[in-house]
Design a protein around this ligand. Sequence first.
Ligand SMILES: Nc1ncnc2c1ncn2[C@@H]1O[C@H](COP(=O)(O)OP(=O)(O)OP(=O)(O)O)[C@@H](O)[C@H]1O
Length: 245
Amino acid sequence: MTARIGSQRPRHPLLAVDAVHAHYGKSHVLQGVSLQVADGELVTLLGRNGAGKTTTLKTIAGVMPPSQGRVRFGDEELSRLATHQVAKRGICLVPEHRGVFKLLTVEENLLLGQRKNSPWQLADVYRIFPRLKERRNNGGGQLSGGEQKMLAIGRALMNAPRLLMLDEPVEGLAPVIVEEIVAQLKVIRAAGVAILLVEQNLEVCTQLADRHYIIEQGAIVHEATNAAFLADDEVKDRYLGVGIL
Ligand SMILES: Nc1ncnc2c1ncn2[C@@H]1O[C@H](COP(=O)(O)OP(=O)(O)OP(=O)(O)O)[C@@H](O)[C@H]1O
């Protein structure tokens, strides 16, 4: 059973993942994952390596259809939709490996993501990520790791997401770049975009999140508000092995 501490689950969630199972061949990786994200909320999915975080994001994004369970977004059932249909409804996944087109310029990468009538135009993305503006004519392959992450997030914004799913957006980046990306995520969130964040850097997670879910062996074992999570060293130690933050 999932422990819920200080958890304020949304009454009318934007995203509702309900008892989702997923398999890689015979390997039963997700074993009944349930989680919710409200409009404009920032929620993290935490857990040790191999716990099922990336697979959960892939299942929501339609990359991997659930073998059981349901994914609802607003009033609609997504569970059987293809990736491009899920993206059209406003869910964008920014994968861990940045997904930048290396032979296209920064600006071409961004324009490739643009949806008709998107409230996010180039100027908006450049305002949030001034580095991308400076590098607009550079090839994607010439960017640093941090700039590539920014580009992948910027391109997702051009697709007008209501929910942005980020898989380890600051992994392997220098602290100064991590700070920059955290500040940028705050701005994106303040613009009303809900975020489901998978990230190993707990300091980043607790700077940003409203709520946290912890996944272990393909099931959610704990959920808590940010304040309750911060105060609970036992949970951090038991499920994440990180002790005091
Ligand atoms: N393409 C695949 N084929 C087979 N098994 C896979 C595949 N991708 C992941 N797995 C397995 O599924 C389980 C969950 O993987 P997943 O990538 O979702 O974990 P994670 O929590 O995101 O971990 P990490 O932080 O290491 O990425 C792991 O045991 C992993 O080895």
